[in-house]
Design a protein around this ligand. Structure first.
Ligand SMILES: CCCCCCCCCC/C=C\CCCCCCC/C=C/C(=O)SCCNC(=O)CCNC(=O)[C@H](O)C(C)(C)COP(=O)(O)OP(=O)(O)OC[C@H]1O[C@@H](n2cnc3c(N)ncnc32)[C@H](O)[C@@H]1OP(=O)(O)O
Ligand SMILES: Cc1cc2nc3c(=O)[nH]c(=O)nc-3n(C[C@H](O)[C@H](O)[C@H](O)COP(=O)(O)OP(=O)(O)OC[C@H]3O[C@@H](n4cnc5c(N)ncnc54)[C@H](O)[C@@H]3O)c2cc1C
Length: 670
């Protein structure tokens, strides 16, 4: 066991073995040297005081203490944010992933301000007119008002058109009347709504001049700004303990004929004039869903970031942990030396890279589409919706599975809250559901793919992300298998095209048997989800491979080599995972699959000496990792012991409940 200041010897050796320049890889992950410098600057400012650390671990507090503690830290952090960080990032980038990342040094669970910054402010930016932004944005950015995003109801989350809350315009008073007509119409789940927010965005069915115009967003004050009491006509509270997000005070909200001024309707995309006339401004009916698209785009980055944390913890721990013996009497190996452990972990490093590069690419696409829309061109929105839907679904789902694998890789200690792995898992598991459930979003992408297929069939040129359909359309034969990165990507495109084609064929056949289109679609949804997933995987593989090629053009040889090995590992891993599909849609043989398996195992051996270097390259400060198992110095056992001292149960040698229950119980007769 190392002394307090020392770095664990095994980790020292691992770092000595690493044969590439770690900083170079950090710059690639960050998207350039400038970004790394900016990130470090933000981290230095945000984490300067080490204000994040709790005397008692969050998990040892009761619900109320946890909430209060999270609020205390949120205020500390928000002060740093508005007084110092905003100046560094600029308003337009204040929600930058880097700020989100430094926030994790303060909260193991979640900040009650998360939704204010993550959705309330972006919705004001995206759904308000310039005049409305002038009113709300400065107050929101300065946190004079704190908001939530209340869309989901007890009865409906997925099906937004089915929301029941009504906002009825009264031209006499120039107000909207908000009403919750049923128990299922109560808003449910909104983060920050239960105890913290004094305002929220409410998505409600708009009625004016006796007609319903569908769901629209409104900005609503729900609590008094001085007393914080709910305003008359508002019923608000916390929904109760959940698997994670326990400090986010997710809330419920009901309205009893609650009135808000006309101008509190967010009017960028549609307006209600003083006399009650409804005016549609937007050229696309779904622009009111804009905040969701934005958050889905950011969630791909979230998936990568959280996974990079989990795998840093698990790889460092696996270098420190020794277990079993390979031969009788031999020294216990580091568990990282077991190929099965490498199989669990190296794919997680590669996945974090794949999602990071895909997230950067998606963010760029998002900004291009936004710029086009500002010019009045909405043609690229459907493609963005299809892209962000499937990438959000697959990246959050894969990241959750990988984080759970990292926990498995840490054995019993991984189950400790102090490892931080359970927190990471519960956070990312929620991302698979919120902001659009996995299946539901893949079905949105499937709609787009079926249309694209029909266009390809009509010999029309389709959009860039589905351009492979034009190429694959005429191929009746199986695609020729070649074992190369390009060959694997092409094969995945063939799988996606084959699956989409089959879906279209099955829908048409079902219609021929007398089904209407909706039923034929419904009966094909299992295959449609699979087709959308295949399309998404082909895009991730393609983006990861091509972006890594581009980004390493000027890198040193060893960096090129290790990143090539990692990218190839990812491609080969997925080829093996989907070998059934490859056998169906390409000319791959059993022999080729054996070769792929061998290549995969060889790659594990090659990557092994650089494993710790690769996770060090994520450059995650200990304050952000917050893990007894994953710190840079590898003092795993000391930290586990230190954590025991902080456990309130250990404050007294005999628990008071002994006298109360255990002693009388033991002394009682059977
Ligand atoms: C001080 C402390 C600091 C702490 C640090 C803070 C740092 C801040 C930074 C934070 C950064 C990141 C973290 C963010 C974290 C956020 C946490 C979020 C928590 C969770 C929030 C929520 O969950 S909010 C609620 C989300 N709800 C949903 O997503 C619902 C899902 N359902 C839907 O989207 C729709 O109902 C659905 C699309 C499924 C169907 O809609 P519907 O109207 O019925 O449409 P359809 O009939 O199916 O389709 C019609 C056509 O419309 C097209 N379409 C649908 N949606 C869109 C769209 N969004 N854009 C464009 N087009 C769309 C669809 O494709 C159809 O087209 P077609 O041509 O007719 O086929
Ligand atoms: C931690 C957390 C935080 C949240 N924060 C917020 C927030 O701040 N604001 C907010 O408004 N909401 C929030 N939500 C709500 C969230 O957006 C919804 O829970 C989510 O969109 C899923 O909707 P649902 O709960 O109605 O699930 P349901 O739609 O009821 O899904 C249940 C099952 O039915 C399936 N299903 C549903 N519809 C279909 C379909 N058409 N085809 C096939 N299968 C279908 C789904 O795949 C799923 O398996 C939060 C949720 C969580 C868990």
């Amino acid at each position: 066991m190392s002394s307090k200041k020392e770095i664990n010897e095994d980790l020292v050796n691992e770092r000595r073995k690493c044969n590439f320049n770690i900083q170079e890889v950090t710059h690639i992950i960050d998207g350039g040297v400038e970004n790394t410098l900016q990130r470090k600057k933000i981290e230095d400012v945000a984490l300067n005081g080490g204000a994040s650390l709790d005397d008692v671990p969050e998990e040892c507090m009761n619900l109320r203490e946890r909430y209060e503690n999270a609020l205390r830290k949120s205020c500390v952090y928000a002060n740093i944010l508005r007084n110092e960080l905003l100046e560094i990032t600029g308003i337009e980038n204040f929600g930058t992933p880097v700020i989100r990342r430094t926030g994790d040094a303060f909260f193991k669970d979640i900040s009650p301000f998360m939704l204010h910054l993550g959705m309330f402010v972006p919705t004001i930016m995206g759904q308000c007119t310039a005049e409305q932004q002038g009113i709300w944005l400065p107050k929101a950015l300065d946190m004079q008002i704190i908001g939530a995003y209340a869309q989901t109801e007890l009865g409906h989350g997925t099906f937004i058109r089915g929301l029941e809350t009504t906002a009825t315009y009264d031209p006499k008073t120039k107000e909207f009347i908000l009403y919750s007509p049923t128990i299922t119409s109560y808003k449910w789940w909104a983060g920050g709504l239960g105890r913290t927010a004094n305002h929220c965005i409410v998505v409600a069915q708009l009625y004016t001049q006796g007609k319903c115009h569908g769901v629209h967003p409104f900005i609503v004050q729900i609590r008094d700004l001085d007393t914080h009491m709910p305003l008359p006509g508002i019923k608000v509270g916390e929904i109760g303990p959940r698997m994670g997000f326990n400090t986010a005070d997710n809330g419920f909200l009901g309205f009893n004929h609650f009135r808000i001024p006309r101008m509190n309707m967010m009017m960028k995309n549609a307006q209600v004039l003083e006399d009650g006339t409804y005016v549609k401004v937007a050229r696309h009916g779904k622009l009111t869903y804009g905040t969701m698209v934005f958050v889905r785009v950011t969630l791909v980055n979230e998936a990568s970031f959280n996974l990079s944390k989990a795998v840093t913890i698990a790889v460092r721990y696996s270098a420190v942990r020794r277990q079993s013996e390979l031969r009788p009497g031999s020294a216990e190996p580091q568990i990282l030396d077991y190929p099965t452990q490498q199989h669990k972990l190296f794919i997680c490093i590669a996945t974090a890279h794949a999602f990071q590069l895909t997230a950067n690419w998606l963010w760029h696409t998002f900004t291009v589409v936004q710029a086009e829309m500002r010019k009045g061109n909405i043609d690229t929105l459907p493609e963005l919706h299809a892209l962000s839907s499937c990438l959000k679904a697959v990246s959050t789902s894969d990241a959750a599975a990988c984080i759970e694998q990292c926990r498995f890789a840490c054995g019993g200690h991984g189950y400790m809250m102090s490892s931080n792995l359970p927190y990471l898992y519960s956070f990312v598991a929620a991302t698979r559901t919120y902001e659009g459930d996995y299946t539901v979003l893949l079905l949105q992408t499937a709609r787009y793919l079926v249309k694209a297929w029909e266009q390809a069939e009509a010999k029309k040129i389709v959009t860039p992300t589905v351009a492979y359909l034009n190429r694959c359309f005429d191929t009746n034969e199986k695609v020729a298998w070649t074992n190369s990165p390009e060959g694997i990507i092409k094969s995945f495109q063939a799988i996606a095209a084959g699956k989409i084609s089959l879906c279209v064929k099955n829908i048409r056949q079902r219609i021929k048997t007398g089904m209407d289109y909706e039923d034929a679609w419904l009966m094909t949804t299992v295959q449609l989800v699979s087709a959308a997933e295949a399309h998404c995987r082909s895009m991730i593989l393609d983006t990861y491979w091509n972006e890594m090629q581009r980004l390493t053009k000027t890198s040193s040889d060893n960096v090129k080599m290790v990143l090539y090995q990692l990218t190839t590992l990812y491609l080969v891993y997925w080829a093996l995972e989907k070998s059934g599909d490859l056998l169906r849609y390409t000319s791959i043989t059993e022999g080729d699959i054996d070769l792929l398996q061998k290549e995969y195992e060889d790659l594990l051996v090659k990557i092994r000496p650089n494993a710790v270097g690769l996770v060090d390259a994520f450059d995650l400060r200990d304050e952000i990792l917050r893990s007894t198992l994953g710190s840079y110095d590898g003092r795993v056992y000391e930290r586990l012991m230190e954590e025991v001292q902080k456990n309130p149960l250990n404050k007294v040698p005999v628990d008071p409940s002994f006298q109360k229950y255990l002693k009388p119980f033991m002394k009682s007769k059977i």
